[in-house]
Design a protein around this ligand. Sequence first.
Ligand code: AMP
Ligand code: MG
Length: 403
Amino acid sequence: MESVEKYLSEVLAEIKPLPAGELALGEALGAVLDGDVTALWALPAFDNSAMDGYAVLAADVAGASVDRPTILEVVGEIPAGDTAAHTVEPGTCMRIMTGAPMPDGADTVIPVEQTDGGSETVSIYQSAEPGASVRLAGGDARPGDLLLASGTRLGAVHLGLLAAGGRASVQARMLPRVTVISTGDELVDPGAELVRGQIWESNATMLAAAARHAGCPARRHPIVRDSIDAVLAAVEEALPDTDLLITTGGVSMGGEHDVVKAALGSLGTVTFRKVAMQPGMPQGFGVVGPASTPIFTLPGNPVSAYVSFCLFVVPALDALQGHTAGERGVSRTATLTEPVRSPPDKRSFLRGILDAASGRVAPVTGQASHQLASLARANALVIVPEPVTSLDAGSTVEVIELP
Ligand code: AMP
Ligand code: MG
């Protein structure tokens, strides 16, 4: 058996980042930026009003008060989007809206609330410092400023900033397209009728969703029967538009029904190993096809498949995007509320309910690797190290928060 770390490092060593390309902003959420992005233009691009009010010269309204308002002639109105040139002479002002360009001559905006709101003339009830309620050009960013550093994973605000900076697309690493292939003669699509001995297929739905949750486009391949030819055909079919392939089932230890093992053992660089963990001991990984597409052959039991996905596939998806700075899989310590047991020489990932506020974690009832209902109650994995076979209530444990 090999350790979780050794297996993961072997996996990551075989993964090369996908090429970068120009992604439209609408398709770039979650993509990792390839190269710094600097400001092409000043943000804001021109001096503009921060308030609805009156553009004035601060000197004209010095000393204005409710008792002794300054009265100015209103020579016009500037709505947001007005592109005409305007000038304010001393003794006059212009009505101005939020975001409208400042007229020449004016240096200050008096908010409408501090006036009588007049349209021919206006009474100003308060003085203001020069520049008050004016957003200066370049006040947020100047041309050439670094907006986003290479390697940033693009979130909603980053995309907003790119749009605000005038860009319609961005150079980023393509999001890995994930395909999940479930294998098993017992599997039936959810919604279809079962006969005794069959089960509804759940892994592909779950793992495709987990991949989407990790930010990657993902699809579920039609169920594949336990035949070497069917497995090979499915892989062949999926490869052209897949950047990371996952199979589930058919890799348990020994047994002529382990068709994934039999089919893929001769394909690409796929090798099968026992990883010292529970759940999820039987693992297979390699690269296949003309583009050296990474393929994970995950165990069939749903909990094993999901835990394996979190531990190995998520880092592989990050590596495909050139991102190695383990920002995901947040881990922390917590206090066990109940005693737990763990097999010797294996790292256990027990399902638990973490109460983040108190820092306590309760193992769920039902820790077997087929118990998806128990997994669904959990929000964390409790790690029991390899040499440890039991832990008392009150022990401090490391936990991984589930996404
Ligand atoms: P296997 O690894 O193919 O021997 O499968 C191990 C266990 O996981 C068996 O109980 C299978 O029925 C179950 N299993 C395999 N694939 C799936 C799947 N896609 N959805 C739900 N259960 C599965
Ligand atoms: Mg099977």
